[in-house]
Design a protein around this ligand. Structure first.
Ligand SMILES: [Zn+2]
Length: 58
C-alpha cells in the first residue's frame, strides 16, 4: 500500500523506512490521532509539524 506523509507528501514504506530518502538520518514513520482519525507521518519532525497546526493538514 502506498501511503503519503500528510505533512510533506513523501511516500511512507513502513516495511523499509530507509527508502524514504533521508539518507543516514534516523527515520521512523510516526502516526498521530486527530479528530478521531489516524494520520501517518514519515518521521518525528513531520509529526511535530502536524501537531503544531493539525487543522492545516487534517
Ligand atoms: Zn513527512
Amino acid at each position: 500500500m502506498d501511503t503519503e506523509c500528510v505533512v510533506c507528501g513523501r511516500s511512507i514504506d513502513s516495511e523499509d523506512p530507509s527508502e524514504t530518502g533521508y539518507g543516514d538520518e534516523t527515520v521512523a514513520p510516526a502516526q498521530v490521532e486527530y479528530d478521531g482519525k489516524t494520520y501517518l507521518l514519515c518521521r518525528d519532525s513531520c509529526r511535530r509539524t502536524f501537531e503544531e497546526d493539525p487543522e492545516a493538514y487534517a
